[in-house]
Design a protein around this ligand. Structure first.
Ligand SMILES: [Zn+2]
Length: 380
């Protein structure tokens, strides 16, 4: 993923139209004028500064009063198991496209998904000679032996970045270019948080969904090639990013088991010990009701101080391609360094210090519990 402020200039994904839609959405949903920098109308949200808007209509931001916290409906998500799954991925080594570790990680993730899903579907394609693989677990609704026509889509990428080019990387000055054999992984990152954390949560959710099915159908998509190339590059030329999500977006209709997803949630960098997740701007423009649902449930579980409903961030990520094909999808992501959310940023983003010790079972469980609760509360 990449800060959309620069991607916007280069790729033009976040157009003025989209931003205007966001403003209109805010007006419609929250009933106050302006966009981003306008002071919110309620003293209940004074904790949030610029880039802010009310948490929930009439709600507050931050810690939920203990008396109001609800227990999850099915508290089976095991943060320790999820952390083991994160470490297992890292044990294969760095996992950019075209490496042996990438292949081994794929085999492991596929075998794990097959243990739990009603069916597991693989999308394979080549990107300039390199194999790219999406792994999709299909979970039928409770009591049904058929996939849902309108499942909920949860998604996380499983590849890792071949170059440590984050702003806090000590390798940031290394030259790197796309070549005939792909990116030369001169300084590949371990990617414990980016994004073994999200893949680990999806696999632990798979385990509990096998044990107790949500009433709705679910797709768990482990997508590949998100972090492959140049976020300022030209995907057609061969140095692109978000490969697996763009492939899924273009081809999901060819597979009847995928149905027509009702909405989607992307998890990216969701395991760091100190993570917080402000709302993401394109998600808010395209899928405000999904954001409201997820942030509302997080607050009801007592995690309003982690799912920061009253602040915004702006990230170009795998949810863009999915939204572009008409599936409303939000991105839950730890802010990137260097932008407006720098004080909340994951400093190890795209550095070789993105290792398992930066993550915690506790944070994986918090995000996993919220995701499970969203699915278990969803009516048939
Ligand atoms: Zn990344």
């Amino acid at each position: 993923m990449f800060s959309a402020s620069s991607a916007q200039r280069r790729k033009g994904r976040f157009s003025r139209t989209a931003l205007s839609l966001f403003c209109l959405g805010s007006l419609a949903t929250f009933g106050f004028g302006g966009c981003q920098s306008v002071a919110p109308p309620s003293t209940a949200v004074t904790q949030a500064g610029a880039n802010s808007f009310p948490a929930q209509a009439g709600g507050t931001i931050g810690a939920t009063p203990a008396s109001a916290v609800q227990a999850p409906a099915h508290e089976a998500f095991d943060g320790d198991r999820a952390y083991e799954l994160l470490k297992k991925q890292c044990a294969f080594g760095v996992r950019p496209l075209g490496t042996d570790a990438h292949e081994k990680a794929k085999d492991f993730l596929l075998a794990e998904m097959k243990k739990y899903a009603d069916s597991t579907i693989v999308q394979s394609f080549a990107y300039h000679g390199l194999p790219v693989t999406n792994i999709i677990g299909v979970f039928n609704p409770a009591g049904s032996d058929k996939p849902s026509a309108h499942p909920i889509l949860l998604m996380a990428h499983w590849d890792t970045r071949p170059i440590a080019d984050g702003p806090h990387s000590d390798k940031a000055g290394l030259p790197y270019r796309y070549g005939p054999s792909g990116w030369r992984p001169t300084a590949p990152i371990m990617g414990a948080n980016d994004a073994a954390s999200g893949a680990a949560i999806l696999l632990e959710l798979a385990r509990i969904f096998k044990d107790k099915k949500p009433d709705v159908g679910v797709l768990l998509l482990l997508d590949d090639g998100e972090d492959y190339g140049d976020f300022h590059g030209d995907s057609e030329r061969g140095d692109g990013v978000e490969l697996g999500s763009r492939y899924f977006a273009k081809h999901y209709r060819e597979q009847s088991a995928f149905g027509s997803p009702f909405y989607g949630i992307l998890l990216d960098m969701v395991g760091a010990k100190d993570a917080t997740f402000p709302r993401e701007q394109l998600s808010q423009a395209r899928a405000a009701s999904v954001n409201d649902k997820v942030y509302g449930i997080a607050q009801s579980l007592g995690y309003g101080n982690i799912f920061i409903s009253g602040e915004m961030q702006d990230v170009n990520d795998d949810h863009v391609a999915i939204n572009d094909e008409g599936i409303p999808m939000i991105d839950i992501i730890h802010p990137l360094p260097g932008g407006a959310n720098d004080r909340r940023a994951y400093r190890y983003w795209h550095t070789q210090q993105d290792t398992a010790d930066k993550c915690s079972p506790k944070m994986l469980k918090i995000v996993g519990d919220v995701m499970a609760e969203v699915l278990y509360r969803e009516p048939r």
